[in-house]
Every structure is written in C-alpha cells, then in structure tokens.
Ligand binder design. Structure first.
Ligand SMILES: [Zn+2]
Length: 235
C-alpha cells in the first residue's frame, strides 16, 4: 500500500524518501516495495540465480519510519527480545539508556537511518533451502553448513555485475555484518551522499522514538557510525 506522508508531517523535510517518510519513488515487486531501478536489477539477478539452482527471494524490502519506530520501541521497552553480538538474548532490566541504544543498534537501525527506508536495500534468502517462516536472519544461516551459504557464495561472486553489494561487512561498517542484506549501489550511493543529519534531528524531535533525548545528544556520531560508515561500493 502506497501512502504519502507529506500531509501528516507538521515539519518540512528535504528529501523525505531518505528517512522513510515517502514511498513516492517505489514500485511494487511481488508484494514488496522497491525503488524502481532496484526492482528491475533485482529481477535480472533473480533470473540469473535460478539458472544456477538458487531460488533468490526477498524477505524484507522497503520499511517506513513508523514501522522502524515500532521495532525500535518494542526493543527499547523489552517487548521484543534484544540480541547481543553473538545473537544471544540480553536482559535489559539493569541497562542504561546508552547501553540499550548500543544493543539495539547491533541489529536494528535507528528510525530514520535504516537503509530499508530507501527501497534500494533488501534482505534475501534461498527459499529452496529454508522457509521464510524458519528463517531467523542470523549469520550462522549464511555461514558454511548454513542453509543460505550457497546463495551467499553465489552473491559474493555475482551480485556486483547486477549492481548489488553488501554494505554491512565485518570491520567495514558500523552495523554488524549482515550477509543477507544487499544494496543496489548505483542508486543507494547517492542516497548516502544526500543524507543530512540536521533533517534527521528535526524528524526525531517530532517523533515518539524511545530514548530520544540520549539519541539526540549523540546524533552526529551515531549517523557517522551507522549511516556513513559502510563498506565501500565496488568501483
Ligand atoms: Zn536488512
């Protein structure tokens, strides 16, 4: 369902599509919303993968600001389980706001900063090897012996020729390595360049994001680490 946020916002935001506040640049692709050039490129890559026996499927594409805020607030309030860097559950009862923020940011983006707001970024799996219902999106599923390892290896060798790459890689990104998260870099590269922390600050001030005060105190460094520090795009 496409919906516009322009009427809803009381504040004026330049480039609202960078922060999950507009879906005007998206097209529908088998039930998912994708940026239009991304959809064309992904369809070509999916066809190529199927010739090599891999059923390349999307499990998550565009996500708007409100959806990301629901995820964030559920984790920040303990309603949804928080995982540590080894994907083990953490008890947040005795954690400070800063500690909770750092834990959430291991696996979930701050609302307004998710690359899923752009429609250029997708989470993928091999539906021949594992069902969507069983998929947990944890690194073990994409490592050797995992059900999506063959898919991951195929993507490492082939994704670039279709314009896709992995922005979240160990040691190269603020976000933990995500071997399931692909980005269509001919478009997303420009989105990173245009991202403006000052616009994000206005949006967050107007939002219901939990731990907002702590976030706003550290916003520039959070944006630097979690938006700007990603693996370099292929040449
Ligand atoms: Zn993702």
């Amino acid at each position: 369902m496409l919906r516009s946020y322009f009427g809803k916002l009381t504040l004026r935001v330049a480039s609202p599509h960078l922060y999950g506040l507009s879906s005007a640049h998206l097209v529908e692709y088998y039930g998912f919303l994708l940026e239009s050039e991304t959809a064309v490129a992904f369809d070509k890559m999916r066809t190529a993968a199927s010739k090599d026996g891999i059923v390349l499927e999307i499990c998550s594409a565009f996500r708007d600001f409100d959806r990301q805020q629901l995820i964030w607030n559920a984790k920040a309030s303990g309603k949804r389980v928080l995982l540590d860097s080894d994907s083990k559950p953490v008890d947040i009862d005795r954690k400070s706001a800063e500690q909770i923020i750092a834990l959430i940011l291991l696996w979930s983006a701050l609302p307004g900063t998710s690359r899923h707001h752009w429609g250029t970024d997708i989470d993928v799996f091999d539906s021949k090897a594992i069902s969507k219902a069983s998929l947990k999106l944890i690194p073990q599923e994409y490592a050797s012996n995992g059900p999506c390892h063959q898919l991951y290896t195929w993507l490492v060798n082939n994704a670039e020729q279709f314009g896709f790459y992995f922005p979240f890689q160990h040691g190269l990104s603020g976000v933990s390595a995500e071997p399931w998260h692909l980005s269509y870099y001919p478009v997303s590269k420009g989105f990173v360049d245009d991202f403006d922390p000052r616009e994000l600050r206005k949006i967050l001030q107007d939002s219901s994001v939990l731990h907002k005060d702590s976030l706003l105190c550290n916003l520039e460094s959070l944006v630097q680490e979690y938006v700007f520090r990603v693996a370099p795009t292929p040449q």
